[in-house]
Design a protein around this ligand. Sequence first.
Ligand SMILES: [Zn+2]
Length: 318
Amino acid sequence: MKQTCRLCKKNEANQTGSHITSAFLLASQIGKRGNEKSFLISTDPKQNYLEDRKDKDVKEDYILCSDCEKRLSFIENIFSAEITNKIEVEKYSQNYISVAAETGIYLNCNKINPIAFHLFFYSVILRISISTQSLYNHFNLEAELEDELSFLLDLFLPVVINHKVAQSVDNWEKMVEYCQDLFSFFPYIVLKSRNQSNKTGNYQWYDNVSKEPYHLMLNEYIILPFFNSLVYEDDFFQLKDHISYVDFLNNSYDCVKLGILENELYESIIVDLQDQATSARLKEIRKEVIGNLIANNIPIDRATVDALVEMEVNKLNM
Ligand SMILES: [Zn+2]
């Protein structure tokens, strides 16, 4: 039986192939729609991380209704037209005012409708949270937060009549301006790597431990939702010393700040994630090797374990 749409909570979730993280956000990393190339690294040492998984990890059936899918596309189009397509193009540089904070630089994006910008990131975070795909299923907002976000999105996304979005962008912008007092704001920081020439080695990473703030890496973007409190307690990406976070924080609906993540810093986060994935896989192999020795009544000593682990690693080509 199909579920109810996780956004409007009214219609049947009839949409197949919903992109959890909008296709255009990932295009520079995994390739254009229909032509994707992607790899999954899990802590399971037996999982083949060299297998090209194309787009199967980033899509999911029956979590949204087709109307909500269209409403989300509306917001995605506003975001991609103003941010994705223009931010790295010299002639549009006046659309983004560079501000030097005490530590780090952020851009004030002064052309995009602020509510569209926020709704876009909220919708990405919500979809990651509700997805059961292996890439996303360990990242979960608290149920109450999920409800609040879907309520806000449902309230502010454009109106659909007869399965068609019934508002133009102008008309929708007038509506949200009129209703802006109803917009409950969830603070967050979003950072983007600086004009990376090649994004195919980028990562998607959704941390399952950090909550203050949550930690998400999505191709060239890092999103830090301060949805539980304004305290910067968890520092999984070790960014705290590189940004004066109070300045970078989007903390009201009318501001749109996009932090700049220097490429060196971005790369150091990737290296760190790779190290952590490798060490988690090694730990699993070690556990298995020791288990086998015990099962076969072979005395356990460090040298034997090390040698067997090395043999397994060579087999896996880690
Ligand atoms: Zn819906």
